[in-house]
Design a protein around this ligand. Sequence first.
Ligand SMILES: [Zn+2]
Length: 673
Amino acid sequence: MAITLTAGTSALADAPKEHLKSLDAKQIDNTIAPGTDFYLHVNKKWMEENPLTPEHARYGKFNILSDTSEARVKDIVLNLASTNPQPGTVAFKVSTIYNQAMDSARRNAEGAKPILADLKKIETTPHEGMTDLFLWMHGNYASPFFSAGIQEDLANSSVYAMYIGGGGMGLGDRDYYLKNDKRNKEVREAYKKLIVTQMRNAGYSKKDANRIMNNVMKIETALADSALTREESRNIPAMYNPRTFAQVKELYPNIDWDRFFIETMGIQSPEQVIVTELKSVDQANKLMAALTDREIKDYYLWKYVAQAAGKLSDNFSDASFEFNKVMSGVQQQRPRWKRALGATEGAMGEAVGQLYVEKYFPQSSKEYMIGLVENLRTALGKHILHLDWMSDDTKLNAIKKLNAFTVKIGYPDKWKDYSTMEIDPALSYYENMHNVGMWHQKDLYSKWGKPVDRTEWGMTPQTVNAYYNPLANEIVFPAAILQAPFFDPEASDAENYGGIGVVIGHEMTHGFDDQGRNFDAEGNMRDWWTAEDSKAFTEKTKGLGAQFDAVEVLPGLHANGTYTMGENIADQGGLRVAMTAFLDSQKKKGVDIATETIEGYTPEQVFYMNYANLWGQNIRDEEIRSLTTGDVHSLGCNRVNVTLRNLAPFFKAFSITEGQPMFRPESERVVIW
Ligand SMILES: [Zn+2]
């Protein structure tokens, strides 16, 4: 097969390192053998030395980076504020939002006042005005009953398509409404209490607040009943159901579609609408006809108050915190300055990001990363060509896709222009933040009918994270993840490949996980697999899913192997591909890793140790329960221990053999990419 892989370039030209940099050998717990529990072997000491503080539901190595990033952003924002900026400038807008978010005295004096006129509007709407009210809610506040919006067309990702789908549930997942075990009941009760408290804060009597709560629960439970399960939500092709505008009108006649798109988005009725969750929209349609005006208004009142709560007086945020306590186990609210920074970043993240990279992101980091990414790309190509379960036809398509990956590193080439965003210190914080939200919504809808701009980023540079976007077939690494322990120019290659190398491999593998594999080199949803290869892939994923299903995260609570499938495939792929890239890079440099040691460890050991190091964290039981319901990622300890138990080179590196808990017999291992 004549397939040219992108040529790899090695940016790692320096001499081998003798000392660990991202890792600290003193932190390794030698009383726990690597073959007993590798995660604890690497992380237990750190976990003991860094107990959770009351404000955190979990705290790990990722948080150390986020804290650094946050402290830098705080510096930037406070510096802007101290320059006494002119109205209309970015500095003025950023510092006004931050200062208003910090100004609890003003917000507490205003109480619920900023939202009272809108609540009254909902209350006093006559029956014949209910359609107007529905459109006003959808266009300006929350999306009651169902969701609607634009996104790249999955089947033709260079243009935008119109989507409608499920939504309207405050608790997000259907299980919270429908299941009757202790945990789900506990969350449900906390949610009911939250609704009553917030409506009381908004000025309603106890009796009215209780009525509102009961009507909200009735409606949201009905929506939950028709919502997809977490497992079903992994199946992207099943969520692509194009309907003509005429069909939508016929299928869901209780919604005024002739007015819907133009009045809520400023977009003329589209010729085609993609329905992502057929049952959910059907249920929304039925409910809208079956409910009384009183029930619908109560639901709207709550939707309105829920979206406003974070921007009002402290009694609202205190109530939200009481709810968060139940959800995540946190014992103390985040300090106000952190919440204020979060709001500022949500409003104008790229404005802050531009200043962040000027100050904290050296060009050399970008060059180093480009070299690393190309080495990883070459390594993944080798893996694909050597797969024993895939035909040459599918391999050819996979390589095409790999070669077409776009790589974004550090920060966008083009920054978002906030010049038309208006922030007025005379307005309340709530009004300003509402205007900010509307600005972002308008910005999104202005893209309708235009070609998709692929220079845009989905994360700010100061975010400690990375992503793969299947619709653009791109991998993206914001500046803030390029720090130790992920990446350090002073660290050994083994540490950097076990850190940022695995992250790069992880994002690349997302292009070939249970969801990403549905998209081709151009980012279009198209089946480029032979039927046999699809079957072989699915069989393998079943094996991997079963491994995670078998893990008990808390007594009686199991991990969800189907829901976390994509991330588990990506973790394994990332580890395998990064190791290949590491070995190749050392060969190219003429380093004989068989004889090299770093503080007494072999380079392979250091690679796996730094991977485990990334995921070290302390976490509360409540948070484990919430994440098991709502997070597609496995818990840190399982990303390490369950994933590594499939990898023969890991066993070899630490001489782990049959009889040790970390060992998994070859016949039970699952290797995908
Ligand atoms: Zn991922």
